[in-house]
Write a protein that binds this ligand. Structure first.
Ligand SMILES: Nc1ncnc2c1ncn2[C@@H]1O[C@H](COP(=O)(O)OP(=O)(O)OP(=O)(O)O)[C@@H](O)[C@H]1O
Length: 199
């Protein structure tokens, strides 16, 4: 059955080597997929491909039946990609960081800070944040604007248990609004009812 998001016969090649091929799946509004597999299986590669950051060696990614590559700007606007790197400027405070992103994407920086429990640290320079606090700031960006497709690479990396639980709430709220989540992880992620995709 066609989904809101469709991966159609995808193949990926990295460094001249085929990482995966013939990969197809569909995701409907509210769906969650856990990408599982050993180191090097291609989980990050798949997320980058779905985000439009890498070209597939074969196949395509479709959104509402249209090839996502036919309109990269529209696909970028509907997608939030969280990579391994948090991409945070050390001199900015969390509040300034989110204010910048909210100008591009909409949403309320104060609510985004609150959603990840960073309000008390809003004015500190990001260079003083711990690894887990930086990850929480990167996660706060997901909540800005209303992008339906969240692509998350090891989202719980460095998070304490309260933050993992808070992330579970964000994921559930996103899915309840009809959003889709794909998350690659080696760690437990609170995402009830998620399907597993093993690479
Ligand atoms: N920039 C690159 N150039 C060449 N090969 C790469 C590059 N990035 C990844 N690869 C290769 O592609 C394969 C898949 O890597 P990928 O990062 O997608 O795996 P992964 O499943 O996310 O692994 P992990 O669980 O370690 O995060 C690996 O064999 C890796 O060596």
């Amino acid at each position: 059955m066609a989904g809101l998001l469709d991966a159609v016969d995808l193949a990926a090649r990295r460094g001249g080597r085929v990482v995966f091929a013939g990969l197809s799946f569909a995701a409907q509004p509210g769906d969650a997929l856990l990408l599982l597999g050993p180191n090097g299986a291609g989980k990050s590669t798949l997320l980058r491909l779905l985000a439009g950051l890498l070209r597939p060696a074969a196949g395509h990614v479709a959104w509402e039946g249209e090839d996502a590559a036919s309109d990269p700007a529209a696909h970028g606007a509907r997608t939030r990609y969280l990579g391994h790197q948090d991409a945070i400027k050390p001199a900015l405070s969390p509040e300034e960081d989110l204010r910048f992103w909210s100008r591009l994407r909409g949403g309320d920086p104060a609510a985004a800070l609150e959603a990840v429990g960073l309000s008390p640290l809003a004015a500190l320079p990001c260079r003083t944040l711990s690894a887990g606090q930086r990850r929480r700031l990167a996660l706060a960006r997901l909540t800005l604007g209303d992008a339906p497709l969240w692509l998350l690479d090891e989202p719980t990396l460095g998070l304490d248990s309260a933050s993992v639980e808070r992330l579970g709430g964000l994921l559930a709220a996103h899915r309840a609004r009809g959003g889709i989540v794909l998350a690659a992880t080696h760690l437990p992620l609170p995402m009830p009812g998620a399907r597993e995709l093993r690479l």
